[in-house]
Design a protein around this ligand. Structure first.
Ligand SMILES: NC(=O)C1=CN([C@@H]2O[C@H](COP(=O)(O)OP(=O)(O)OC[C@H]3O[C@@H](n4cnc5c(N)ncnc54)[C@H](OP(=O)(O)O)[C@@H]3O)[C@@H](O)[C@H]2O)C=CC1
Ligand SMILES: CC(C)(CO)C(=O)C(=O)O
Length: 331
């Protein structure tokens, strides 16, 4: 199987290095210092046994690599429009695009039936550019239940967790889903093939959509957010609204907010990816994690005063720090 990583940061780099370690032919689309580092040293993975380097083909122009069997897409959601402009040479009719990202993906309503089928959210893909370049029919969704970081470009440091959930956008099982799940399992991830990846995405989002923006605004690690009774109460109110939306869109949440917080508490004094982005002055994934929930709430008639308050605050934070577009429209 020939595999290209689109985005070789913390998550893409980890998946790519593990796929290379398990004997796959991996190439990498990267840019800037990450591209320079991978060209010079290979894709490097830290582990308890030391750092291992995997030599991979790397470049910034997808035309150089041609049609792939699998493209692992692991950029921040804020980078997707640019990916959409350049990804075409990697995609043939059978190419699978594995979206290993947080938040609501552009294809979330594209492969389902019912009144929301084909809904295009203004916050994610208003013109349908992503859907055209990366159609849901070629996507396998991936929920990333692990943490990872890049202490320096091209060097990946796994954190806690090792779980990846993969699934068809339309739900159910398929031969290609089983193939991708087996590939990731061979690469030593705890892999689960889900018959309902949209619910798995919503469940992960249910935790991230509070912790990530609140941490970006406050600079606080996970433990401090959970320990503050007022912040905790606010987060639970946001989660209740998101759970109400989930129930209307076929993604019910069966856990209590408190129990979900206990899962997060096990991560200790961790910095969310959005806090890391804010500290590094990188664009924030506000739209995929928060605006999209606000938009879906509006669509299905769930009032979201707490989601809206969070969105207003994190958006202003992002705009004041140059990490979110100033021209973003105010709902
Ligand atoms: N890190 C974590 O622990 C977790 C992250 N996630 C999610 O996974 C997704 C990926 O996150 P993460 O790996 O942390 O992000 P990173 O910022 O570490 O990696 C993204 C990489 O993609 C590169 N990139 C973006 N656009 C392009 C492009 N057009 N061409 C080439 N390279 C490009 C970036 O390059 P550059 O640096 O030049 O911008 C960067 O190297 C996000 O949705 C995140 O929320 C989910 C669970 C845990
Ligand atoms: C690492 C983890 C799970 C923490 O919420 C995450 O997804 C993030 O920081 O974005």
């Amino acid at each position: 199987m020939n595999i290209t990583l689109y985005g070789a940061g913390a998550v893409g780099g980890l998946i790519g290095a593990r796929l290379a370690a398990s004997g796959n032919d991996v190439s990498v689309i990267a840019r800037g210092r990450t591209l320079d580092a991978i060209r010079a040293h290979g894709l490097r993975l830290q582990s308890d046994d030391g750092t291992k380097a995997f030599p991979v083909e790397a470049g910034d122009d997808p035309r150089r690599f041609g049609v792939q069997d699998l493209v692992v897409l692991a950029v921040k959601a804020t980078g997707l429009q640019e990916v959409a402009r350049h990804i075409a040479p990697l995609l043939g009719p059978e190419t699978i695009i594995l979206t290993a990202m947080n938040g609501v993906p552009w294809w979330f309503f594209d492969a389902i039936e019912g009144p929301l089928a084909g809904t295009r959210l203004p916050s994610l893909d208003p013109q349908g550019v992503l859907a055209k370049a990366m159609p849901a029919s070629q996507v396998i969704g991936c929920v990333v239940h692990l943490s990872s970081s890049c202490p320096e470009p091209g060097l990946v440091k796994p954190g806690f967790g090792n779980r990846l959930i993969v699934g068809e956008p339309a739900g159910g099982r398929s031969a290609r889903l089983d193939k991708v799940a087996a590939l990731l399992a061979e690469a030593c991830f705890d892999t689960e093939a889900s018959a309902d990846i949209r619910s798995d995405i919503w469940y992960k989002l249910w935790g991230n959509m509070t912790m990530n923006p609140v941490s970006a605004i406050t600079g606080a690690t996970g433990d401090r957010m959970l320990d503050d009774p007022l912040v905790r109460r606010f987060c639970l109110a946001v989660m209740q609204e998101a759970a109400d939306i989930g129930a209307r869109i076929g993604c019910p949440i069966t856990q209590s907010g408190e129990d979900r917080m206990e899962v997060t508490r096990k991560l200790g004094a961790f910095k969310t990816s959005m806090l890391q982005d804010a500290e590094a002055r990188r664009p924030l994934e506000i739209d995929a994690l928060v605006t999209a929930v606000h938009d879906i709430g509006k669509l299905v008639g769930v009032a979201t005063p707490n989601v809206d308050a969070l969105l207003g605050l994190v958006r202003l934070f992002g705009q004041s720090h140059g990490l979110y577009p100033r021209e973003a429209s105010f709902p």
